[in-house]
Design a protein around this ligand. Structure first.
Ligand code: GLN
Length: 203
């Protein structure tokens, strides 16, 4: 049995739920469960957690407000498999800046040894899709959906680069954490979630 949590305070929660269900079906996993995490207690039985894209400032402030921030940070630091996408990547990072306003002041978990830049490609209007290559995946490209996407400006020790697009780092792995600039739940492709599941199973 595998129980996957999705941080369920704000953002692209439902689409992750949908793609996890598609993946369970595809892999014939009958005892896969999904838990929408809204408080610390919801994390008791999860084997991994997805931090979805959305608005990183809101996710940060809400996790603090409801007292989930410290427990989540502890769990991830202690090895809970974690998949962060877009705002999720920002929230996991050690350091964050913004392309336009530069310095930002928002609650971040500081569990992923990278410096991330918000809004690298611009605002909502500059959102786009692009084929990306992910290290370890087959030659069939992954359709990356970039929505006000961040990129990783600097990686530090222990971080493996999984993908670059336009010379920018857009996917990394550090031990139990996978973090992406784009939204893997919006492509009809379960490979990122399968990769995450493999990580959970190896844990
Ligand atoms: N730019 C957003 C942020 O800073 C992230 C966008 C997204 O998750 N699609 O939180």
């Amino acid at each position: 049995m595998v129980v996957i949590g999705i941080l369920g305070l704000q953002g692209d929660i439902r689409f992750h739920e949908d793609i996890l269900k598609t993946m369970f079906h595809k892999l014939d996993i009958k005892d896969g469960e999904i838990v929408i995490v809204k408080k610390s207690k919801d994390m008791e039985n999860i084997d991994g957690i997805i931090i979805p894209g959305g608005e990183s400032t809101v996710i940060g402030v809400l996790t603090k407000k409801i007292g989930l921030f410290d427990d989540l940070k502890d769990k991830i630091t202690n090895g809970l498999p974690t998949l962060g996408s877009c705002a999720g990547l920002i929230f996991l990072s050690n350091q964050v800046s913004d392309r336009i306003v530069k310095q930002v002041n928002q609650p971040i978990l500081k569990v992923l040894n990278v410096t991330t830049e918000r809004n690298t490609f611009g605002g909502q209007k500059e959102s786009f899709e692009a084929d990306v290559k992910i290290s370890g995946f087959s030659d069939i490209p992954f359709k990356g959906v970039f929505i006000r996407a961040p990129t990783i400006k600097e990686v530090n020790s222990g971080v493996e680069i999984l993908s670059r697009f336009d010379d920018k780092i857009i996917a990394v792995k550090q031990n139990n954490i996978i973090a992406l600039s784009f939204h893997p739940e919006l492509s009809n492709d379960t490979r990122i979630h399968e990769f995450f599941l493999e990580m959970i199973n190896k844990n």
